[in-house]
Design a protein around this ligand. Structure first.
Ligand code: F6R
Length: 594
């Protein structure tokens, strides 16, 4: 959730740390801080964004340092709760991403031993534990401190007069960037892309000791080898490229994302993943788990797989599955997670595997934890998604689901050929949605005047109604609810009226007639209606106050074009309302806590 960075090399550390932290702000942005070693340790931190911290800083000399950008869990965003945290002597500084479950007991114990802790964070116990165990050997002290800790962590430790950084991870991501007489540590790839594309992914339980020209990875005290990887993302991928916001850039990248993701799958000789259960009697059923926007992709996956492969599919929120859901070795499970680091999704994968279930991860991040713990991984090729609100990664997930299902499809050959052809045409159709942005902006101006909105859809577009509502609420702060259109009359009708607009997805499939009936019922109750309708559909005009036309596509793919319309709609509503689109309040991109 939080972003952490470390630098050691021949440059002044603080500009590198601030630049890297700026690239990690999507992981949390309620406060930030850096610590640099130049003789003693100098710490600068506050409950501000990285740019503001940068303005307040005078140049620092040290060439070793650590930094942190925070998404508060323990203690409100404030200067004292911001990282880095130090021990009593001020000689040991730590940045941490994760949660320490037994921090209360550790705090009490440390306090009884004379340590003075000043913040409300769980993290502050770490530098004090290191101080307690330090007898001249920093690595040993970190190792002993971590033995006391229950929970998840990625940490970087900096100590005065020690020309090295010590890092460790358990259930929180951490990578090492390899440079030329300099090395980097970070939660995530975008932080180091400006400096290097050579990385090592640390594994759970690893501890690394990093100097300017050496990287040593250890596990239980013994040295281990971790393979070096080359990052394929470019610096440009992680920049705004002339767009006002990352979100708008990412929405506009979607034709390319679909092309790139498809090109990779098409060029592979094998299906994207083996859906059949080993030793089973073919493909019998499927379980799909995910959170947030990825969960909406999972719900669409149910329509795709049930429609094409003709097997029952169960979809559950990963967070709820972790409390009650049932799986068996006979299930094949797909876990969808853009970041590959969502705590609830990772917990679900671990549980599924324990129960003998084979897990396919769909993720956008090479080397992510999900990709390393799942049995198979299907990568989406969306490139780095910097805006907190997921857009292009969602569409790429849908493409992955189509491609997973197609080789196992039980529809006839002609229909299959048509579907593959239509899938290849999708980038052109999505481009046509983007070309219609001015019309979507007009509707956004209308919608931005309201404080509540219903989104409705049926069939494969029901999850798109959920996703449209989620996009609107997270970036514009308008209260929005997604509903299956048929459910509206079972209670929510009580809220209809001139102050409650309804965004209706009118798909030209087997739900069409029922949707027209729903629109008539809504109009009879005076709610303004914004309808998404297929080109050439003249039946809806009289039933809607505003209409956005979408290109004709095979009903199996209508969710993709409608999703892009609703992303643009949410974006422009949020812009009308002057919201901080890429960094919505209280949110972070990668939710690494339960
Ligand atoms: C919403 C959004 C979140 C994520 C959710 C799961 O725009 O981005 O709802 O979809 O936190 O994240 P991943 O896919 O990384 O597991």
């Amino acid at each position: 959730m939080c972003g952490i960075v470390g630098y050691i090399g021949e440059k002044r550390a603080h500009p590198v740390l601030l630049n890297s932290l700026g690239k990690l702000e999507y992981r949390g942005y309620d406060s930030c801080g850096i610590a640099v070693s130049a003789g003693g340790i100098e710490v600068y931190k506050d409950a501000v964004r990285v740019k503001a911290l940068e303005k307040a800083l005078s140049p620092l000399e040290g060439m070793i340092g650590i930094g942190h950008t925070r998404w508060a869990t323990h203690g409100e965003p404030s200067k004292v709760n911001a990282h880095p945290h130090c021990d009593c002597t001020g000689r040991i500084a730590v940045v941490h991403n994760g949660i320490i479950n037994n921090f209360q007991r550790l705090r009490e114990q440390l306090a009884s031993e004379g340590h003075i802790l000043s913040s409300h964070t769980d993290t502050e116990v770490i530098p004090h534990l290191i101080e307690k165990y330090y007898d001249g050997d920093l690595e040993k002290a970190v190792e002993l401190a971590l033995r006391d800790i229950e929970g998840s962590y990625a940490i970087i430790v900096l100590m005065a007069d020690e020309p090295k950084l010590v890092a460790a991870r358990k259930d929180s991501p951490l990578i090492i960037g390899i440079g030329d007489r300099e090395n980097f540590i970070a939660s995530d790839v975008p932080a180091i892309l400006d400096y290097t594309s050579r990385v090592i992914y640390l594994e759970d339980g690893d501890m690394a000791v990093i100097t300017a020209d050496n990287i040593e990875v250890k596990r239980d005290g013994a040295e281990v080898t971790r393979e070096e990887h080359k990052i394929l993302w470019s610096v440009k991928d992680a920049q705004k490229g002339g767009y006002e916001h990352f979100m708008l850039k990412e929405i506009h990248e979607q034709p390319k994302v679909i092309r790139d993701t498809l090109a990779e799958y098409i060029s592979a000789a094998e299906p994207a993943a083996d859906l059949a259960v080993a030793g089973g009697s073919g493909l019998e059923d499927m379980l799909i788990l995910a959170c947030g926007t990825s969960y909406h992709a999972a719900l669409i996956g149910k329509y795709i797989i049930e429609g094409l492969v003709k097997i029952p599919v169960r979809v559950e929120l990963a967070s709820e599955f972790n409390y009650s859901g049932q799986a068996s070795a006979r299930n094949k499970a797909i876990v969808i997670t853009q970041s590959g680091e969502t705590a609830d999704a990772l917990k679900a994968i671990k549980r599924l595997k324990k129960e003998g279930c084979q897990v396919i991860a769909i993720t956008n991040v090479v080397g992510s934890t999900a990709s390393r713990i799942a049995d198979q991984t299907v990568y989406t090729r969306a490139g780095p998604e910097m805006s907190v609100a997921a857009t292009k990664s969602f569409v790429a997930q849908l493409i992955a689901l189509y491609w997973l299902a197609l080789p196992y499809s039980r529809v006839d050959v002609r229909r299959l050929d048509d579907l593959v052809m239509e899938l290849r045409q999708l980038p052109v159709k999505v481009q046509r949605v983007l070309d219609n942005e001015a019309a979507i902006l007009d509707c956004a101006r209308q919608l931005s005047e309201f404080e509540n909105v219903f989104y409705i859809g049926r069939g494969i577009n029901y999850p798109i109604a959920l996703e449209g509502a989620l996009k609107l609420k997270e970036i514009s702060y308008i209260h929005a609810e997604g509903y299956a259109a048929g459910e509206l009359k079972h209670g929510p009708f009580a809220l209809l009226g001139s102050g409650m607009p309804v965004v209706a997805i009118v798909a030209q499939d087997n739900t069409y007639e029922a949707m027209l009936t729903t629109l008539k019922e809504i109009k009879a109750r005076q709610s303004p209606v914004l309808a998404l309708v297929g080109e050439g559909d003249g039946n809806v005009e009289g039933l809607a106050d505003w209409v956005i036309t979408v290109p004709q596509v095979d009903p199996m793919f209508s969710s993709v074009v409608n999703a892009v319309v609703l992303q643009l709609l949410a974006y422009h509503v949020a812009k009308q309302r002057g919201c901080p689109i890429d960094f919505p309040r209280n949110l972070a991109k990668s939710v690494t806590v339960e």
